[in-house]
Design a binder for this molecule. Structure first.
Ligand code: GRF
Length: 197
């Protein structure tokens, strides 16, 4: 059974979808811990499902590296098979990527390599595109530059603001993420192979 650690920063709606999927019979992965860089609302979902959580507050450290070292210490307590970044609004420090790559995947609310970075939804709107998308990628040392494991187009409506577009993207992200985690757990998706392709 694939063990999964999920890292969040926000509402955790993607985390909740993964918790519900993993709670279902026959899902080949289980979430063993949820971590965050702040007191994320999404912790409530972990609490509801009885999943342990840990907090590595960004504001308590004087450098990304120091924050990363503590994050790594917390992750190593659990030693998950897979780390899922689901709304973590921090770039993982190289030491964390090096310790777990390629067993780290991330969801991104755009059709990568279009609109990478922390404001993918806002950037797509500003660009005036008719369609954007959702992507699940392997995390490497870059910003949303890792190999793409799954992605799907999402239409942009003329009336969209950032929130409306993001809420249309998230259900697609959740479906792609759950399927990627299921495929990894079922041995149908080899992250090492995907990363060396
Ligand atoms: C998701 O769209 C994720 O891709 C992005 O932030 C959002 C997190 O949403 N990085 P939630 O916290 O899962 O609701």
């Amino acid at each position: 059974m694939l063990t999964v650690a999920v890292l969040i920063s926000g509402t955790g709606s993607n985390l909740r979808a993964l918790l519900e999927a993993a709670h279902g019979a026959g899902f080949p992965a289980r979430i063993i811990v949820v971590g965050a860089d702040r007191e994320a609302e999404g912790f409530a979902h972990a609490d509801e499902f009885g999943i342990p959580t840990f907090l590595v507050p960004w504001s308590s450290f004087d450098s990304r590296e120091a924050w990363g070292d503590e994050l790594l210490r917390q992750l190593d307590v659990w030693n998950p098979d897979l780390i899922v970044l689901s709304g973590l609004m921090r770039l993982l420090p190289p030491a964390v990527v090096a310790a777990y790559a390629p067993r780290i995947v991330n969801t991104h609310p755009a059709y990568l390599p279009e609109f990478p970075g922390a404001h993918g939804v806002r950037d797509a709107l500003a660009a005036g595109v008719e369609q954007t998308g959702a992507s699940v990628i392997v995390v490497d040392d870059g910003v949303d530059t890792g190999p793409i494991l799954a992605q799907e187009r999402v239409p942009v409506h003329p009336s969209d603001d950032e929130a409306a577009l993001h809420e249309r993207i998230k259900p697609v992200e959740r479906r792609l993420l759950i399927d990627v985690v299921r495929r990894i757990g079922a041995g149908e998706l080899d992250l090492a192979a995907a990363s060396s392709a």
